[in-house]
Design a protein. Structure first.
Length: 201
């Protein structure tokens, strides 16, 4: 599958510009590859990253290599209080959140009759309620500044993400964030195997 099929290719007229200044990224599920790769790509661009994970100690090397621009925060996406605390910490550290990446997620496997209600409910909370709560927590910060970008990754994206696609994700999101900033808008993206959709929040 090509980068264009994922909607991750960055248009030539929206290429990166160092003069735009650093963006602050809040990325969930950063202890694993799909969250860690975009974090590393954003840091390589000179942006700020708040790397959120249930295991922030697993991000020690990322923070150590970018001590001025990367912060690891503890986040349990099942816990609304943990979400609010992590977002507030991000605001204290860098003053804003320009891009939210809802990456944390999971799946349950088995025949339908084998899955109990508690297991199914926890998975629905992880994949639906958690991104909703994170978006709700971050939106006031974005609305105050009249700009922002929200990216949600689906499970299908996990199967086809690569280092190149991670960098492309950073490129296109940064470009669209700059375009939204100029218009005083907040954009949301859903990255999945059949393309990318964008809508104003």
């Amino acid at each position: 599958m090509r980068d264009e099929d994922l909607g991750l290719a960055c248009p030539n007229n929206m290429s990166s510009s160092a003069s735009a200044g650093p963006r602050t990224w809040f990325i969930t599920g950063c202890s694993g590859g799909l969250g860690r790769d975009p974090a590393a790509a954003a840091l390589a661009r000179g942006d700020h990253v708040v790397a959120a994970s249930r295991r922030p100690d697993a991000l020690h090397d990322l923070v150590a290599s970018h001590p001025e621009t990367c912060r690891a925060v503890a986040l349990d996406v099942h816990d609304p209080d943990s979400i609010q605390a992590a977002v507030e910490e991000a605001g204290r550290e860098f003053g804003a959140i320009d891009v939210l990446v809802n990456n944390a997620g999971g799946a349950v496997f088995g025949a339908l009759e084998e899955l109990d209600d508690a297991e199914t409910a926890r998975n629905l909370e992880l994949n639906f309620l958690a991104p909703l709560r994170l978006t709700r927590a971050v939106l006031p910060l974005m609305r105050t500044r009249r700009r922002g970008h929200i990216i949600s990754l689906s499970a299908a994206a996990v199967l086809v993400m690569s280092d190149a696609k991670a960098k492309a994700l950073i490129d296109v999101a940064s470009a669209q964030a700059r375009a939204a900033e100029a218009k005083g808008q907040i954009y949301g993206n859903a990255i999945q195997n059949i393309g990318q959709s964008a809508s104003k929040a």
